[in-house]
Design a protein around this ligand. Sequence first.
Ligand code: BES
Ligand code: ZN
Length: 624
Amino acid sequence: MTDVGSLGRLIVLVALGGPVVAGNEIARRDVHSHANPEQVRVTHLALDLRVDFRLRQLRGTAILDVARQPGAAPDAPLVLDTKGLAISAVTSGSESGAGVPLEFRLGKLDPVLGVPLNISLPASVKRVKIEYQTSPEASALQWLDPGRTAGKRQPFLFTQSEAIHARTWIPLQDSPGVRITYDATIRVPPDMTALMSAEHGPGENGVFRFRMTRAIPSYLIALAVGDVAFRPLGPRSGVYAERPVVEGAAYEFAETEAMITQTEKRYGPYRWGRYDLLVLPPSFPFGGMENPMLTFATPTVIAGDRSLISLVAHELAHSWSGNLVSNATWSDFWLNEGFTVYIERRVVEDVFGPERAAMEAAEGFHHLVQGLKRLPTRDQILHIDLSGRDPDEGLTEIAYEKGALFLSALEQAFGRIRFDRFLRGYFDHFAFRSITTADFEAYLKKHLLSEDAEAAAKVDVRQWLYEPGLPPHHPEPKSPRFEAVAQAARDWVDGKVTAREIPTARWSTHEWLHFLTALPEKLSVEKLGELDAAFQLTERKNCEIADLWLLIAIRNRYHPADARVDSFLTTIGRRKYVMPLYGALIETPEGRRHAEELFARARAFYHPITADSVARLLAADHPK
Ligand code: BES
Ligand code: ZN
């Protein structure tokens, strides 16, 4: 969206809706969408897509139900978001195909937002049918050849729509402020299974049908196709994974049902029916993605000892914060992630005890402090201005950890009982709606701050929401277990004890992670060799531990870890792991050559989102 374009639309709004409505719309305007939901709003999507692995293409139809908004001009068109889609026909749509052609026009390409699809809409038309196909480069889609899967026999496809990738596989109003229901028919090759973020039957002859009856934002529409099996975890939960992985996954996620029950106790009923997980192949670019009814998860959480399953607590928490109450624009992303991290830690405390929750909070706070050192002030603000930028740039420690810390500050000021009651009421009040930071702020004032002036005086809400850095008197999460670990790290660094004398016997994964985090940036190759010999760090299967260790190894040119760096970076595509390792490699000229050589080999394996991030990193920092 160009400045002129959005200004033009605002002027139209002011003229039509009067200043009050327009004022509201201005605050809610999504600068990351070309769509015009304030005039014509999509309410339901019916997809019918064929999955073509040979052409790496989805093709078929999207039928959109549309509702002209009160006060909109009778000739207002329907404007949709698309990116890389080839549109072959647009008709006034009925499923029988009896519709009449509608005039349509593709607008100018914006490199971040894509291309607006402008469809003329006679006043009587309530349904629009679009015939289209995707591009093999669609950023939401990863197509994996059989060799890149665990099973090796069948290919695999999965989508990642958040933040604004849904428009690369479906023409729609790709804004989190627009909620739709959907149904879908997905046609796949024989012997393959299709899954979506929706209810579904068993599927027959390669045809799978889905139905999402609760209105969701477009970034939660998801599809995966592969050779997967299912194991139940509880009465309403289970896990899907490729066959060789599914037993391990069922063991790892056994505590899922307990987490669902506990989250319900605090924050109200789970309103989505089933909660299933899908374990993706290792190139999945994120840790997890909260697709409704079907969390997508990286296989790197399957550590064998259930040590990383707070990721499930996190994605599950999004069933309240994010999926039930959603950010209306990407500037409000902290409403999704900050709330979710806060709830995740409360549930971890309830289910796994306060020591584990304290460790996770302390680690999170440590990352926040690091983030504040790295990020420019404009990116330290919860209600972040992302205009003219890719919304993925808002994916930092600020939304997650500063957001969670703000809620902890409120909890401390008002006490758990009152704050829990407030949150419970918040989810009920805003259920199935998309809200802005201002909506939250108004609700907070009315239902919490106004109840107790003395407590309210302890939290400077405006500073938390709209200013960089941290307000004075912010909470400072601490963990006694971490303090012991940090002391052990200092003793070893100072040579007071040898590596074998460090009291690691009862350390959990979290303590190992903190130990590695607490080490100084620079360490000698001898010291690292001593640590490695004592604890086999280069060989660790736990990806969190391996990742931190390899980062230390690269920074200090500890070459015995080189082979693991190579295998790690060419078999795991999770962006959180991959990016820091490339970042460390390019610090030296020889490391840069190594990074470029690795990227050339790994690129085809990475998801487009990861590949794009690495490509930018390598290009941005290129020595002249
Ligand atoms: N919704 C996010 C992932 C996301 C955010 C994808 C923005 C694209 C754009 C998900 O809930 C998440 O936060 N995942 C984390 C793991 C979590 C345990 C902190 C991740 O992938 O690292
Ligand atoms: Zn999240």
